[in-house]
Design a binder for this molecule. Structure first.
Ligand code: FEO
Length: 395
């Protein structure tokens, strides 16, 4: 990626990772980017670095603008190694004594990642740094999504460097929202559902705080994906909507199957839901990636989980998904469990336990059918589908 001047004297100097397809368990079918930003002022400043293996490319990009050794300040908005992995090589080459600005938790967490005794300059929430013509303001965004996370706001150009916030795992020829259009929104939604969902209450508070501060934002520069310059409010409004997690008349039937019996049950439930005017779909756990399912979970009003009983327990993919979903803490769901079994049939009870722990509203004790569903069994699936439809909002 060549450096791009996003405003006068401000450059996007990050890199494209075209090949990544699995980002710690999140499917990235279109790769991602690790964005970094260079501000050319009296004090030349770099905001964030990149994943370790791309550090050379970051240097090449910066070198097209200025000798990297002339960088005066480095800002680390976030410790996770897709943004800090390049720091050891970078600091070594530009000078280990260069000031490194980060949050207090950033100082702690960077020190727990890297043994180097860098010239840390921990900043307070609201702290400022004068660069010459411009001033940076640091905004703590603790737990969005790590304890160290912060945003950096460039007062003069009204640019918010938002770390992971408002990002998308997307790699393409475009750099800005107006170049991609609405096609970027599913990527942003997937990112939110899989990285930020559990912090929804904090996001709503943050947006409230930013509104109270009357912070004008002309551009949002995240650390992944495209920059929001045409309409930054579009992604802020989407975050508010997603954080509220208002349930739609939408149901997901998420399941796995051994000999198609649990699959038959899933398909019978889905067919009834559709007849009842619900946006419903079956999601087979060996054909749909967990991160794609979570994107659908975000605005679904009903989550129905199906598993055969295998060795007195859950089918492994069902356990995997329940663990993943529980960690992301989706809210405002009605739920039910179902599954075929041979002789012991523990799966439904085990699913119910998990759904209760997630504070979902269990609307049925669960439907267990022995071996292959007969007409009576399929009728019971239809009844379950009707019950779920009845529990969903009308819209
Ligand atoms: Fe893009 Fe939390 O790292």
């Amino acid at each position: 990626m060549k450096p791009i001047e996003i405003a006068e004297g401000i450059f996007s100097v990050g890199v494209i990772d075209w090949n990544i397809r699995d980002f710690h368990g999140y499917s990235t079918y279109e790769g991602t980017t690790y964005n970094a930003y260079l501000i050319m002022d009296k004090k030349i400043t770099l905001i964030d670095t990149v994943k370790k293996e791309f550090t050379g490319e970051l240097f090449d990009n910066i070198s097209q603008i200025v000798d990297p050794k002339k960088i005066d300040y480095v800002v680390s908005n976030h410790t996770e190694m897709d943004h800090s992995g390049g720091l050891p090589i970078f600091m070594h080459r530009i000078g280990e004594d260069k000031p490194l600005y980060c949050s207090k938790m950033g100082h702690k967490n960077l020190s727990l990642h890297f043994p180097q005794k860098w010239n840390y300059q921990p900043v307070e929430n609201g702290g400022e740094l004068n660069l010459g013509k411009r001033t940076l303001t640091f905004l703590e965004t603790r737990m969005l999504h790590w304890p160290d996370s912060m945003f950096t706001y460039l007062n003069n150009e009204k640019i918010l460097f938002s770390s992971d916030g408002f990002g998308q795992h997307y790699a393409g020829p475009e750099s800005f929202d107006d170049q991609v259009g609405d096609a970027i929104m599913p990527h942003a939604k997937k990112y939110f559902a899989n990285i930020l969902l559990l912090y929804s209450p904090l996001i709503l508070k943050l947006v409230e705080k930013v509104t109270e501060m009357e912070l004008e934002i002309d551009m949002i520069c995240p650390d992944h994906g495209i920059i929001w310059r045409k309409d930054p409010s579009k992604i802020i409004n989407a975050y508010v909507e997603w954080s509220r997690q208002e349930p739609k008349r939408k149901a997901l039937v998420i399941y796995d199957t051994m000999w198609h019996s649990t699959q038959s049950m899933a398909e019978a439930i889905v067919a009834t839901l559709i007849e009842e005017g619900v946006e419903a779909k079956p999601m087979h756990l060996r054909n749909c990636h967990r991160s794609d399912i979570m994107t659908e979970v975000l605005d679904a009003g009903a989550i129905i989980i199906g598993s055969p009983t295998l060795n007195n327990g859950l089918f492994p993919t069902v356990s995997d998904f329940l663990t993943y979903m529980k960690g992301l803490k989706p809210q405002n769901k009605v739920a039910a469990a179902f599954g075929s079994y041979g002789w012991s049939g523990e799966a439904v009870k085990l699913i119910n336990n998990e759904l209760e722990q997630m504070k979902f509203d269990l609307i049925d004790p669960g439907l267990r059918l022995q071996y292959v569903p007969d007409i009576k069994g399929l009728n019971a699936c239809q009844e379950l589908g009707k019950m779920i439809a009845g529990a969903l909002p009308e819209r």
